[in-house]
Ligand binder design. Structure first.
Ligand code: TRP
Length: 449
């Protein structure tokens, strides 16, 4: 049965699609502002440790489940461990993906509007306060926000409708290299600004005073978000991998490139922030308010601004594509729907969540869940509940319940190469480090530690 299922055409395509999933707003928008708020270098160091001890092993656990069965999580668990209750987590993953993608597309809508506005020169010639007003007025305008979100989602589903090879893979093959080129150009530009070394000092000098427990927990959450873990995204993608892909090498490539992009984004942003005398800890609005201030002071500012937001658009659409593919593959596999029908159902559900989130700064700002508006609530439960719970589940499932032989087969491609070091490292992290770390984060959130 699995033979007939389509897959990524090439290994490079599979990697490009997964890097496309991983590299997103998380790297270019979230990572720099979190590093900025948590003291810079020390946060980055902890983040790297999280990738090594949690991110990479959990990514491998998702790859093992997806690639060994070529199925979505529900079908995969059913095949690997019949009657195991773990399969209910497939639904948690699908729900998590719908909710995360719903609010994520709202930010993507802002990005689209910034591409257009900066192209029209509207983001030039203002004071920092005015940039803040411009951003707040966009966020607070119900029709504009909804319209841009819907345009973004339409683009997203048009690409998905072209299928795994002609849609997802081809897009990633074009957009990812472009994204890297743009990012390098931005880095060079940023490093040539006066006082750029101050920004580098901030990013790379390690001072644990600015970090604290909050910084450590943020870094763990960020690793989950950035590597697309916990909501069965990589189970879904790896179900389309070929049996020849070397999973460990692929996972190392994907997480290294993802981390590289996050650090490069920091190198783009912080030298500029310091060079123009701005504050590094501006929070989520860092790129929407601070960067336009910076672009307009640079020669050729309009071009830089457009290019930057286009880069962000590439990064984000390859991520929403991967999130949307989770329910789509699930519906196709489990309910035998056609791809078109599965896309239609996913699009409707996601649009509902997205519109509600887009309105949560204006029309629906009175709707408060657990002390937060809809958007902020989803931004909280997505990374802090769905991704962490899913990460815990896949780690425990592969670490403790899955037949060791399946793990070994997947790591060695049926004995073709050795996994003498990687096998024990992954199993140890999945069995002990990941569960303890994730449970500690949960305890931190409920205020016990
Ligand atoms: N990794 C993406 C980012 O950094 C977001 C993302 C895409 C994601 N797919 C995911 C997060 C699946 C969690 C699960 O922006």
């Amino acid at each position: 049965m699995s033979e007939k299922r389509i897959g990524f055409a090439t290994r490079l395509g599979a990697i490009a699609a997964s890097v496309g999933s991983a590299v997103g707003l998380g790297n270019i928008w979230r990572f720099p502002y979190q590093a900025g708020q948590n003291g810079g270098g020390a946060y980055i160091l902890v983040y790297l440790l999280c990738v090594l001890l949690l991110g990479l092993p959990i990514m491998m656990s998702e790859f093992i489940i997806g690639r060994s069965t070529h199925k979505n999580m529900r079908g995969a668990v059913e095949q690997l461990t019949p009657k195991s209750p773990f399969k209910v987590f497939a639904y948690v993953g699908v729900l998590g993906a719908l909710l995360i993608c719903g609010y994520y597309s709202v930010v993507c809508g802002w990005v689209l509007e910034y591409v257009v506005d900066s192209g029209e020169g509207l983001l030039l010639g203002h004071t920092p306060e005015q940039y803040s007003e411009i951003f707040n007025s966009l966020v607070g305008a119900p029709q504009r926000c909804v319209l841009w979100t819907l345009i973004f989602l339409a683009l997203n589903f048009v690409i998905l409708n072209k299928g795994i090879n002609k849609g997802i893979e081809r897009m990633a093959n074009v957009m990812m290299p472009l994204l890297f080129v743009l990012l390098i150009v931005f880095c060079v530009n940023s490093l040539m600004l006066p006082n750029s070394s101050k920004g580098l000092d901030f990013l790379f000098s390690i001072d644990f005073n600015g970090l604290g427990w909050k910084g450590v927990v943020d870094a763990m959450g960020q690793a989950f978000m950035s590597l697309s873990l916990g909501v069965t995204c990589l189970i879904t993608y790896s179900s389309y991998f070929s049996d020849d892909n070397h999973l460990m090498k692929d996972a190392v490539t994907i997480s290294s490139l993802d981390t590289l992009v996050a650090i490069l984004a920091g190198i783009v942003i912080f030298p500029a922030v310091f060079s123009f005398g701005m504050e590094p800890n501006a929070g989520p609005k860092l790129i929407f308010e601070i960067l336009p201030t910076i672009f307009q002071q640079m020669p050729g500012g309009v071009v830089w601004a457009v290019l930057f937001f286009v880069l962000l658009f590439f990064a984000s659409i390859t991520s929403t594509i991967s999130l949307s593919e989770i329910p789509i593959t699930f519906l196709i596999d489990e309910y035998k729907l056609s791809r078109g029908k599965a896309i239609a159902i996913t699009a409707v559900l996601m649009t509902v969540v997205a519109v509600l989130s887009a309105l949560s700064f204006s029309t629906l700002s009175d709707v408060i869940i657990a002390g937060r508006n809809i958007f902020d609530f989803l931004d909280f439960v997505g990374p802090n509940f769905f991704m962490l719970l899913g990460g815990l589940v896949t780690a425990v499932y592969v670490g403790w319940f899955l037949d060791k032989k399946v793990v070994h087969d997947q790591l060695t491609n049926g004995g073709k190469h050795s996994a003498r070091f990687t096998h024990p490292y992954i199993i140890f992290c999945l069995r002990f480090i990941a569960p303890v770390a994730i449970i500690m984060i949960f305890l931190y959130y409920v205020g016990i530690i």
